[in-house]
Design a protein around this ligand. Sequence first.
Ligand code: HAM
Length: 417
Amino acid sequence: MEFQSPMGMHDLFEEDLYYYEKVKKTFQKIANFYGFSQIETPILEKTDLFKKGTGIFTDIVEKEMYSFETKGGDNLTLRPEGTPGVIRAYLEHGFQSAPKPVKFWYFGPFFRHERPQAGRYRQFYQFGLEAIGVSHPVLDAQIIQIFYQGLKELGIKDLVCEINSIGDENCRPYYKRALDNYLKKYQNRLCPDCQRRLSKNPLRILDCKEDQCQKIVANAPQTLDYLCENCKDHFKKLIEFLEEAEIVYNLNPYLVRGLDYYTKTVFEIKADNEKNSLAGGGRYDNLVEILGGEKTPAVGGALGVERVIEYLKEKKLEKVSKKKPLILFAQVGDLAKKKSLKILEELRKENISVVENLHRDSLSLQLKTADKLGVKYVLIFGQEEAMKEEIIIRDMTTGNQKKAPLKNLIKEILKKI
Ligand code: HAM
C-alpha cells in the first residue's frame, strides 16, 4: 500500500462517527443546561500562543506540537489543546466586558505528536468546557459535575474523580522550594528526563510514570501541606460541593497535571482504576493575564472522546443500531431510469426514506437487494409503467402487489407507513 493515514491518526466511518455523535450530544445537552454556549476556534493558532499559554516547559510544547512556518512567514501550530485558543478568542472578541462567568463548550480534533498506544493518538477529539470570570469553587465543582454526570449517563460506572490543589503564586513557591530540596537529594536516581526537569519545572517530576521516579515521589512533600489560607479554603469548599453532589472523589496529593497554567484545583476523572484518565482539567486564574488580558479567574476541563468511546465499546455499553430501510425503489428500462430521479426527489421531499439501485438494470438483482435489506415494500417502475405513468407497489411480507397512478404514489405510501 503506497499511502496510509499518518501514524496515530484514523479514518472514521459512519459506525465510528455514531459514537462521536453520541458522546458529543450527551455532553452538549448537559453543558447547554448549565449555560455553556458553543465555541469553535481555528485548528491552527500562532505557535507563541501555546508557548505562552500551555507553557514552554510542558511536554506538549517541548516535544509534541505540530508546528510549521507558513509561506507567508507565520509560525503556526496545530492546536494540541483547546484552552489557550478559547482564551485568545475571549480576549479578541471583547468578552472581558460581558457578564461573568462567560461559559463555553467545544468539540473537535486536537493534535499531539505522542507515541501512539492504547488511548493515545496523534489526532484525537476532546469535548471541552471553560468557565471564565468567577473565582468561586462552585464553578470548579460544576465543571467536574458535568463530566462526571455525562459519563454516568453514558453508562460508565465506577467513576472516581481524583482531585488536588497545587496552590497559587502566593504559596506554590514555598512548595516548590521544599520539593526541590527533597528531589535534589535523589537527583542521580531520577530518570534522565526528570534530571532535566529538576532545574526547569520540578512539579513535572510528580507526573513521571517511570518506576524509579515514582518510588522517589512516593515520599515527596505534598502540595496540600503548603497551601495558603485562601487556597486551603477554596479546596475545602470544593470538597464540600463534591460531597453534596455525591461525586466520588479521591484526594491525590501528587496530581499536578501536565500543563503549566493551573492554579488551585486540578482534577482527573477515571473509570475502574484504569491508567488513562477520561477527562482532566482545573482552575487557571492567571492565564487570561498571561495572554494579555486583565487578571481573570477561570476554570475548565476536557474529555478525551476516543477514550470514552473505547470504554463504551469494550464494556458493550453502547451499540450502533442501524435503522432498516422500509422501501426499495426498483426501475427497469431507459425511460423508467430517466424518470426515476424526479420520483425519488418527490419521495425525499416527503421525508420518505427509500433505498435505490439506480445503477442496476436487472430487476432480479434489485429484488435480491430488497431481500438482503429486508425491506417491507418494493416500488417497481418498469418500461410499461413509465409509459403509462403508473408504478407497482409490492408488499414483500405478503407478496401482494398493486398498480397505482404515479401521481398518487406519495398518498399510497403515506397510507402504508
Ligand atoms: P489534557 O489532560 O491534556 O487537558 O487532555 C484532556 C483529555 O484529553 C485527557 O484526559 C485525555 O482523555 C484526552 N487526551 C489527551 N491527550 C490525548 C491523546 N494523545 N490521545 C487521546 N486522548 C488524549 C487539556 O487538554 C486541557 N486543555 C483541559 C482543560 C480545559 N483544562 C482547563 N480547561
